[in-house]
Design a protein around this ligand. Structure first.
Ligand code: ATP
Ligand code: MG
Length: 423
């Protein structure tokens, strides 16, 4: 049987573009505030079985909280039907339902009464609620003086102690400290076992995967995926990596434009360049790195990769003089400047005999499998001679992101497998 049924629900908000008119204007001249309609949920249909734990994920502003508010009845849909059966308890915005001037204890009474408990029932559960919240020393202070974590502790404790059949939780757990968050997760698991239907919104995808039977990905007011947690989360992470890639490329484009404007436009070799102040770049510039491009093997520019992806680093150069045996090198560091890897054409016995005056070209560094754990990495690219005399050294000037779909920790992914034998 379904505990929640949402069919063809649409919710629009009015976004006011102009609020200039005064009350006098509005009455005398009949002026109305201008607004645009914004569709926060667009024809959404979803059923949740009794006893299921379902997670909603999606980017900021995708419509998750709006959907929860519709389920609690705080908001009404423009069209479509919503049915929730059973006693509902919700934990939406922080502090919602609390009166700041009342004490924690008074708020428990108010809140639990709103959730449908009688005074007698509340009295019976009061000690339990206070104990779970671990706020005994503060319970007779006005909640105005509570920290956001303390607010959450109180709200969570009330929400679960009323023993709801349907529990709706929107993100708030994130403000709790690690120990309390763990306690909340244990409690949710407990309630799940007892058959409570739980709808859970969070950006903590690890927690989602552990707790939920099913995850729904909402994007721009529409359901994109609705399936087993791992499947949906993997697709969502992949989407985030692509979006992040677009953003980073756009951002890098802007920065490059600014650098191009700043750089002098002469196209002759200038020894003064050596003295130009750039903490991330040095060398005599006899051979110059003119561009560094990161791509996949199909020639698509990228700055965000999935762990295990292909990565091609293209190093464009221009040689201002005759140079024998130039060496091209790369290095990868973490943001904390931990050196992950470094090599060059000399170490790898890839010989480049000479470059003549005004030679231009590119050197490729191909990585068939980028076996790094998730994180942001800094890339160093350099050209020097065989004795280490630097022509052009770009120290951690470039960056790329790696997203991992598995939960390994550390920096490098080492190829491995587990085995077992019994003695
Ligand atoms: N009362 C409102 N008036 C106008 N617009 C609103 C209102 N409530 C929500 N919106 C808009 O609806 C969209 C969806 O908002 P919602 O709060 O549901 O997003 P969300 O998925 O919960 O995001 P987040 O991850 O940031 O919490 C947003 O663009 C938001 O600006
Ligand atoms: Mg929200």
């Amino acid at each position: 049987m379904d505990a929640i049924s949402i069919s063809n629900v649409t919710k629009t908000f009015k976004i006011f573009t102009e609020r200039s008119s005064t009350l006098k204007d509005r009455i005398v001249k009949g002026r109305k505030n201008k607004y645009q309609e914004f569709c926060a949920l667009n024809n959404v249909s979803l059923n949740i079985e009794k006893g299921q734990t379902v997670g909603f994920i999606g980017r900021n502003g995708s419509g998750k909280s709006t959907l929860l508010k519709l389920l609690t009845g705080i908001l009404y849909p423009d069209s479509g039907q919503i049915r929730v059966s059973g006693k509902v308890s919700s934990l939406l915005e922080l502090g919602a339902g609390f009166h700041p001037d009342f004490t924690g204890r008074e708020n428990i009474f108010m809140n639990a009464a709103i959730l449908g408990l009688t005074k007698k029932e509340i009295k019976k559960k009061l000690d339990q609620i206070i104990m779970f919240s671990e706020l005994k020393g503060y319970i007779d202070n006005p909640v105005r003086n509570y920290s956001s974590g303390m607010y959450m502790r109180l709200a969570f404790s009330v929400a679960i102690m009323v023993e709801p059949e349907v529990l709706l939780i929107d993100e708030v757990l994130a403000v709790g400290d690690a120990a309390f968050q763990q306690k909340c997760m244990d409690q949710l698991r407990n309630m799940k076992q007892k058959g409570t239907t739980i709808v859970f919104v969070s950006h903590d995808l690890g927690a989602m995967e552990k707790l939920c039977d099913r995850v729904v990905w909402i994007n721009k007011g529409k359901i994109v995926e609705d399936d087993k947690p791992k499947k949906v989360i993997d697709k969502y992470l992949e989407y985030l990596a692509i979006e992040e890639d677009k953003r980073l490329i756009e951002e890098a484009g802007e920065v490059n434009k600014q650098i191009e404007v700043k750089q002098d436009s002469s196209d002759s070799f200038d020894t003064n360049k050596e003295n130009q102040h750039d903490e991330q770049r040095w060398g005599n510039r006899k051979v110059e790195i003119t561009d560094v491009i990161l791509e996949d093997f199909n020639g698509k520019k990228k700055m965000s990769f999935l762990s295990g992806d292909e990565l091609l680093i293209r190093i464009h150069y221009k040689s201002w003089g005759f140079v024998e045996n130039p060496v091209f090198g790369i290095a990868i560091h973490t943001l904390e400047h931990v050196h992950c890897y470094g090599t060059n054409t000399q170490i790898d016995y890839y010989k480049i005999d000479e470059l003549s005056v005004n030679d231009v070209g590119e050197v490729y560094f191909k990585i068939p499998q980028l076996n790094l754990c998730g994180g942001t990495y800094l890339l160093t690219v350099a050209i020097h001679d065989e004795n280490g005399l630097q022509y052009d050294f770009h120290d951690k000037k470039y960056s790329f992101k790696v997203t991992s779909l598995s939960n390994e920790v550390g920096i490098v992914k080492i190829d491995h497998h587990w085995d077992r034998s019994e003695f």
